[in-house]
Design a protein around this ligand. Sequence first.
Ligand SMILES: NC(=O)c1ccc[n+]([C@@H]2O[C@H](COP(=O)([O-])OP(=O)(O)OC[C@H]3O[C@@H](n4cnc5c(N)ncnc54)[C@H](OP(=O)(O)O)[C@@H]3O)[C@@H](O)[C@H]2O)c1
Length: 291
Amino acid sequence: MSIIDQSGTFPIGNSRVRRLGYGAMQLAGPGVFGPPRDHDAALAVLREAVASGVNHIDTSDFYGPHVTNQLIREALHPYRDDLVIVTKIGARRGADGSWIPAFSSQELTQTVYDNLRNLGLDVLDVVNLRIAFDLHKPAEGSIEGPLTVLADLQRQGLVRHVGLSNATAKQIAQGRGITEIVCVQNQYNLAHRADDALIDELAQEGTAYVPFFPLGGFTPLQSSTLSDVAARLGATPMQVALAWLLRRAPNILLIPGTSSVGHLRENLAAAGLTLPHEAVEELNHMADIAA
Ligand SMILES: NC(=O)c1ccc[n+]([C@@H]2O[C@H](COP(=O)([O-])OP(=O)(O)OC[C@H]3O[C@@H](n4cnc5c(N)ncnc54)[C@H](OP(=O)(O)O)[C@@H]3O)[C@@H](O)[C@H]2O)c1
């Protein structure tokens, strides 16, 4: 039994994955643009993740662009039967590395084919539609047009399951009228908890919630509360941040990102960390302090 078995499992589509997974975005070059600084180190992170029991990897063809998908293919293809690769569409990259919304039927279709080719797959396990009425936070607006395109690609057999990213509760409800929504991927971590009510609703409905930036993203979480709790438990702050998320709700699936095997091992070991009640209480107040 590997340590990440202690995180438990939760379904995403028709697969049950370990709750500690891996996010591949950090494998691309600086600014998620271009190749990694160390190609072999990037392959090593992916191989170590899967060898450690990770069976849920999050990616996108716009990371690099194409870079993380090509690394995943090089490191892991042919894929283990139980590996679920979740990708996302709805953006493309400018020549300067900028992030450009890409929601036309032609762009969405093209990016599904790009994901298939670069990952070396005939069918994509899960595709999240990354909504961008506001690039940085969920914002209202109809997703009927782009989600209908994605649902058509699903009917054609190119996509098994559909999820939403950067989504509001209203958009999730609208999406469910178009196709089954198997997961929601929004920003959430110890210091950023705008989705508290949404997580509880999705948990009741049995839908996976996958927080992006679980460690704070490009600026990893820093707080004296977090450091104090970690020191008392003989753990690292990042492990405490992940253990808190695992405890927060049973439908939370983690995809911490890292380009380092050392950090990967540290993060996966969070599955074995039990937070005492008092520590959870202290950590629960971190968002108030950060706000
Ligand atoms: N749907 C969306 O819009 C969206 C947006 C962003 C991300 N995502 C997905 O979410 C995944 C996770 O987000 P993320 O990678 O941006 O952020 P994250 O997991 O919150 O944090 C990653 C950052 O933390 C550092 N880190 C990781 N483990 C560490 C450790 N043990 N100790 C110290 N530093 C550590 C990483 O640097 P090192 O490389 O040096 O370890 C990196 O700078 C991504 O990989 C991507 O798949 C989705």
